[in-house]
Design a protein around this ligand. Structure first.
Ligand code: NAD
Length: 471
């Protein structure tokens, strides 16, 4: 299978696709290794995760270099590799404390004569299926706490961004006691992985998430889904318009808008709409693309070039229905890469695709509201409920509005904070996801199954206790 370089458009990387047999034998190997891995206990597992973190840190330049080709981003590639190291160190520190806090003492049962001793064991084989937008972070975000819990982990990164796997495998070879492996390929490899594992975590689009949920249901295994979003940002009349414009822009276009928690709908109070839009357009026009010099500028090409055509179609649909483009608006082909400058669209209506479907590009559709109730209703009028943001005159005012929004994580006085805060426990709403939070302690605890040892502390009943004719 070949992968394209998003900067040149050339299919310049070839990698072998894992066969059904490869996946089965990798799964069997991991299942065997998992027995000792779980038995070694939380402290010893944490030590191995720390050792892996050290090895990733030493080899960070090669991993970041491969990831930079995959994603056409330098700064964000380093954020991802540093983020993996932080993820490993965080769970190595937190995991043993969580195990120490699990109940272990016998509890009396409601039925007299019995007590119950709780035990916990891990799902033996965990599987992850990851998307292309943050390949390193999202391939490991669930796998690391699963490993800490005592699972072995089988990970399928996106076939669009496969290059980082080779250096990661080299790092992994230095920590052979860690039961982690990667399988490579597209949808069929994802489906085969689901057939092998005991617990699946999927990060990707809502459409694919449904297929993963169906496959997991056939296997009768739990599936946690982290899916798409159409995150709203409400800006009240008491917010400073220039401050709000700067936050709205960053939250919408960072990583070329290819982030699930990107702000994709902006709803601003009429009283400050004009200065807000003026400042937003001014800031947007100052943003530079990372072409021709990859070392300079703010936003790069689309990682997956077909995404450019999808985003252009949403812009064209909005314009055809009466919207005004205030900046950007046209996808450009430069040196083989597919770019879009920050695109602000005014006069948008609910009838436009850009207000309903996930865009996954640097596009900011702006609507104006008179009453805060209208803004809240509009923000909630979506198939999605991933996250949301409120900018207001104070944290208190922002919280009053934020608690009315139907989403898992609400950023107050800033935007898209889930990318910066990994311990904010939250569950996505509506079509944005399913299952316990990957953030916070539940990130690890969800991989533990509870077993009860039910103890007879009195006399066991004889069959005579069930003899007919006693009543
Ligand atoms: P995608 O759904 O196309 O693919 C994701 C992964 O699923 C890939 O590894 C792909 O090979 C695999 N896959 C595809 N079809 C499959 C099938 N039938 N069975 C099993 N696996 C299959 O997503 P994408 O385009 O790579 O990523 C972008 C999407 O991911 C956006 O919708 C974005 O919002 C979402 N996302 C969500 C989060 C979150 O935490 N909620 C984070 C990042 C990205």
């Amino acid at each position: 299978m070949k992968a394209a370089n998003p900067r040149t458009g050339e299919l310049d990387y070839e990698f072998p696709v894992s066969s059904r047999e490869d996946i089965a034998s990798e799964a069997a190997r991991l299942r065997t290794a998992q027995v000792d891995w779980e038995a070694m206990g939380p402290a010893a597992r944490a030590a191995v995760l720390s050792k892996f973190a050290d090895a990733v840190e030493v080899h960070a330049p090669v991993i970041a270099e491969a990831l930079t080709i995959d994603t056409a981003r330098i700064a964000v590639a380093w954020i991802e590799v540093d983020g993996l190291v932080r993820n490993l160190r965080k769970w190595a520190a937190r995991g043993p404390d969580l195990f120490a806090g699990l109940p272990s003492e016998p509890e009396p049962s409601a039925a007299p004569g019995f007590d119950i001793v709780p035990r916990f064991d891990a799902y033996p084989l965990f599987g992850a299926i990851a998307p292309w937008n943050f390949p390193v972070i999202l391939s490991h975000i669930d796998a690391v706490p699963a490993l800490m819990a005592g699972c072995a982990a089988l990970v399928k990164p996106s076939e669009v961004t496969p290059r980082f796997v080779e250096p990661m495998r080299a790092v992994l070879a230095q920590v052979p006691e860690l039961p982690l492996a990667y399988v490579m390929g597209g949808p069929e490899v994802g489906q085969a992985l689901i057939e092998e594992v005991d617990y699946a975590c999927f990060t990707g689009s809502t459409g694919t998430g449904r297929k993963v949920a169906e496959a997991a249901a056939r296997q009768l295994i739990p599936a946690n889904l982290e899916l798409g979003g159409k995150d709203p940002m409400i800006i009240t009349a008491n917010a400073d318009p220039e401050w709000a414009a700067s936050i709205a822009l960053r939250s919408s276009i960072v990583a070329t808008g290819q982030a699930c928690q990107s702000i994709e709908r902006i709803c601003v109070a009429r009283a400050i709409a004009e200065p807000f839009l003026d400042a937003l357009v001014k800031e947007a026009k100052a943003v530079e693309i990372t072409y021709p010099d990859p070392q300079s500028g703010h936003i790069g090409p689309f990682i997956f070039p077909p995404q450019g055509a999808k985003v252009q179609a949403q812009i064209d649909d909005a314009v055809a229905k009466g919207a005004r483009v205030l900046s950007g608006g046209t996808v450009e082909q430069l040196g083989g890469g597919t770019y879009l400058r920050p695109t602000i669209i005014a006069d948008v209506t609910d009838a436009m695709v850009v207000m309903n479907e996930e865009t996954f590009g640097p596009v900011l559709p702006v609507t104006i509201f008179d009453e805060i109730d209208d803004a809240v209703n509009q923000a909630n009028d979506s198939e999605y409920g991933l996250s949301a943001a409120v900018l207001a005159g104070s944290l208190e005012e922002a919280a009053q509005v934020g608690t009315r929004l139907q989403a898992g994580a609400i950023s107050l006085q800033d935007g898209a904070l889930t990318s910066m805060v990994s311990d904010a426990t939250n569950e996505s709403r509506k079509s944005s996801g399913l299952g316990p939070s990957r953030m916070g302690d539940s990130g690890m605890l969800r991989f533990l199954r509870r077993q009860s040892l039910i103890r007879q502390t009195a006399n066991a009943l004889p069959i005579a206790a069930y003899a007919e004719g006693q009543r």
